[in-house]
Write a protein that binds this ligand. Structure first.
Ligand SMILES: Cc1cc2nc3c(=O)[nH]c(=O)nc-3n(C[C@H](O)[C@H](O)[C@H](O)COP(=O)(O)OP(=O)(O)OC[C@H]3O[C@@H](n4cnc5c(N)ncnc54)[C@H](O)[C@@H]3O)c2cc1C
Length: 262
């Protein structure tokens, strides 16, 4: 495939697309040479609206900071202004990308610890797809736990493939091997692990399932990316255990980011 020369301001070229379900897809864009970001951050991406103005939305970069191209993992909202159109992109199409990455789901915002928990619902797994492929995570933590909660089993496919690819990844395999624990759970469809992750944490079921001690700010660090409800509930549970929120300017025991607004 020949890569088109961008013509829109801040436009990048779509290189690959994968449709996971009728509500979820992922795609890759060319990466501007000047774009620097920290794994876990998000950018604004979009298309030109009917009025000729950019229609932009926040998107976590799902690829790690060292990657040559940029991966995104997206919902398809049927009447959503952006994703009703974005879901139809084809290789060679252009997508606007504002090269100003920001966000709190970064390793720099956490104090050193032994274990890093990544708690995601739905497309909230995207920033963790970036972090799980970053060697820095394995340099700073002995062990990583990814919990990913979706309504149905099919919605877990992107995260499942990500985890399955880690061990054989030529760059990350040697760091990640045997150090990542993956806990997929479903809330609507019966599966091996059914239930809300908040219930799993507060009841001690998650710790028992993992064979690890209960969450403790001495050793554990937590990153959360889900709906507002999930974020608020997990924050409440872990703050009761003594976890303090971190920021770039003042690292702490946990950080959180909304996976979407609304
Ligand atoms: C910091 C941040 C990072 C984000 N990263 C991603 C990402 O990596 N991937 C992604 O798909 N979206 C992400 N979003 C959401 C994204 O910005 C858009 O809302 C989404 O692309 C839908 O755009 P839209 O214009 O089609 O509909 P919108 O008008 O933006 O949304 C319509 C409604 O759809 C629902 N909705 C929107 N996004 C989602 C979602 N991701 N999952 C479930 N329901 C949703 C909400 O109820 C919302 O009110 C992120 C949002 C924030 C704030």
């Amino acid at each position: 495939m020949t890569v088109q020369t961008p013509v829109l301001p801040d436009a990048q070229t779509v290189t690959t697309i994968h449709h996971w379900t009728d509500r979820l897809f992922s795609f890759r864009l060319s990466r501007p040479q000047s774009l620097r970001f920290r794994s876990g951050e998000f950018v604004m991406i979009g298309l030109l609206g009917d009025n000729g103005k950019p229609l932009l939305r926040a998107y976590s970069i799902a690829s790690p900071s060292w990657d040559d191209s940029l991966e995104f993992y997206s919902i398809k909202v049927q009447d959503g202004p952006l994703t009703s159109r974005l879901q139809h992109i084809q290789p060679g199409d252009q997508v606007i990308l504002r090269p100003k990455p920001v966000g709190t789901l970064v390793v720099d915002a956490l104090l050193p610890g032994k274990r890093l928990y990544m708690i995601a619902t739905g497309t909230g797994v995207a920033p963790f797809a970036s972090l799980l492929r970053d060697p820095e995570v394995y340099e700073k933590f002995d062990e990583v736990v990814l919990t990913h909660t979706c309504r149905e089993v099919a919605d877990l496919a992107y995260g499942k493939q990500l985890i399955e690819s880690l061990d054989s990844d030529p760059l990350i395999g040697e760091f990640a091997k045997g150090r990542v624990k993956y806990v997929p759970t479903t809330t609507q469809e019966e599966s091996a692990n059914t239930g809300r992750i908040t219930d799993w944490i507060s009841s001690g079921k998650l710790a028992a399932h993992l064979g690890l001690p209960d969450l403790d700010p001495t050793d554990d660090r937590v990153m959360i990316c889900g709906s507002m409800g999930l974020n608020t509930d997990i924050k409440e549970i872990i703050e009761a255990k003594g976890f303090e929120e971190g920021a770039n300017s003042a690292p702490g025991h946990y950080v959180l980011e909304k996976a979407f607004v609304g």
